[in-house]
Design a protein around this ligand. Structure first.
Ligand code: DSN
Length: 414
């Protein structure tokens, strides 16, 4: 990409932007919700549609001059429909949290009961946590995972749903390493007369490519996803739904909740959907899962306990208690050598969210960079070494050099 104007006018910000690129290239990025979009996506994102106001929808805007913007948004919608087999798509949500808020605004009344997975069990803030609008504007009921297996217990979800009678049942997570049984969620929602909503932000690519059940195919009413995680697109989100909910959702996004759509992000979404429709994208998603399993195996072989004993998807939760480390200590020790993850609660965590017992790691970024199973074993070794040697500066330096050398073999942005 050409940064000559930025470099000339604002060397300070240019310097930070380049330093961030170097950090991304020199480090092992294991945060499972991040990814590296292609330069084609970034070029669309950093371009002229940024300049346009386009409140409304294709063919029906509140501003003139939207001929090409309509084409961009129409193309993004058509590609998203094809990718997920969706009948209705709205690509305007600014990100995942606004997308979820708009769904609630569209389909619920304030103070209606919604039911989602508890954040500290692997759920998401916007699925009813008390500090989020979703737990303040609605009566949130939260399901947990099973204490012993750490898996969703569908009988327990069913029991709670029958007691609480939610108007909406949410399936989705930010830290659950196993497949979701959307059919069971749909059945439970039917039994209690609830809408079935899925938030597939973390596993969107797996759902689109048939590597994980697709909630739209299992009869869900509404499905949200961000576009910057496994889809390798711009920061943004979309809502897919049964066509009968389209008008309500469109109105909830605009004028209900948002103003002008970010058409530069929508242009970049269209590009990432085109990429995801190529046969190579399925291979990429398969490799993400294979890589996660290889990394999980390596960590378990080295004595780490993984929540649920492994992974079916792109992420794993590592319980650091047996290493006598907290999640915060683990995150910091890894950061010090250029390995990036995030501290994360494990189910029934005795510790507090700012310093929980675990870390969350995932493989989308390293897979984008072309790493395969053999590198994952190497990454597992480096994680182990970094944690074990965290109080030995000379050893840490050596691990950091190994991390950088490994990354050097898998360049992405030049
Ligand atoms: N912040 C995202 C994640 O890291 O999973 C979810 O919104």
């Amino acid at each position: 990409m050409d940064f000559s104007n930025l470099k000339k006018f604002d060397p300070e910000i240019y310097g930070y932007v380049m330093a961030e690129k170097d950090r991304e290239m020199d480090g092992l990025e294991l945060i499972p919700s991040e990814n590296l979009p292609s330069l084609a996506v970034l070029e669309a994102l950093g371009s002229y549609p940024n300049n346009k106001y386009a409140e409304g929808y294709p063919g029906k805007r509140y501003y003139g001059g939207n001929e090409f913007i309509d084409q961009i948004e129409g193309t993004a919608i058509a590609r998203a429909k094809k990718l997920f087999g969706a009948e209705y798509v709205n690509v305007q949500p600014y990100s995942g949290s606004p997308a979820n808020a708009a769904v609630y605004l569209a389909l619920l009344e304030f103070h209606d009961t919604l039911m989602g997975m508890r954040l500290d069990m692997g759920g998401h803030l916007t699925h009813g946590h008390k500090v989020s609008y979703s737990g303040k504007a609605y009566n949130a009921v939260q399901y947990t995972v099973d204490e012993k297996t750490e898996l969703i217990n569908y009988d327990e979800v069913r029991k709670l749903a029958h007691e609480a009678k939610p108007r909406m049942l949410i399936a989705g997570f930010s830290a659950y390493p196993r497949a979701l049984d959307f059919k069971q969620f749909r059945e439970i929602a039917d039994e209690v007369g609830a809408y079935a909503m899925a938030d597939i932000a973390h596993i969107s690519g797996l759902c689109a490519t048939g590597l994980h059940p697709n909630p739209l195919k299992d009869g869900f009413d509404v499905v949200t996803t961000t576009t910057h995680k496994m889809l390798r697109g711009p920061r943004g989100a979309m809502i897919m739904a049964k066509p009968e909910f389209g008008e309500k959702i469109d109105k909830a996004i605009f004028p209900g909740f948002q103003g002008g759509p970010h058409e530069h992000a929508i242009a970049a979404m269209a590009v990432c959907f085109k990429e995801a429709l190529l046969p190579d994208y399925k291979k990429y998603c398969q490799q993400i899962v294979k890589n996660a399993q290889a990394l999980a195996d390596e960590l378990m072989k080295r004595g780490y306990r993984l929540v649920t004993g492994g992974t079916d998807n792109h992420l794993m939760l590592v319980d650091l208690r047996s290493q006598n480390l907290t999640g915060l200590e683990g995150e910091k020790a890894l950061e010090a050598v250029g390995i990036y993850c995030n501290k994360n609660a494990i189910p029934f965590d005795p510790r507090k969210p700012w310093d929980p017992s675990g870390i969350r790691v995932g493989t989308p970024v390293l897979t984008t960079r072309g790493m395969k199973e053999s590198e994952m074993h190497e990454v597992g070794r480096l994680i182990d070494l970094a944690l074990k040697k965290k109080d030995q500066p000379a050893e840490q330096k050596r691990v950091a050099a190994e991390v950088k050398a490994l990354c050097g073999k898998f360049g992405y942005y030049q």
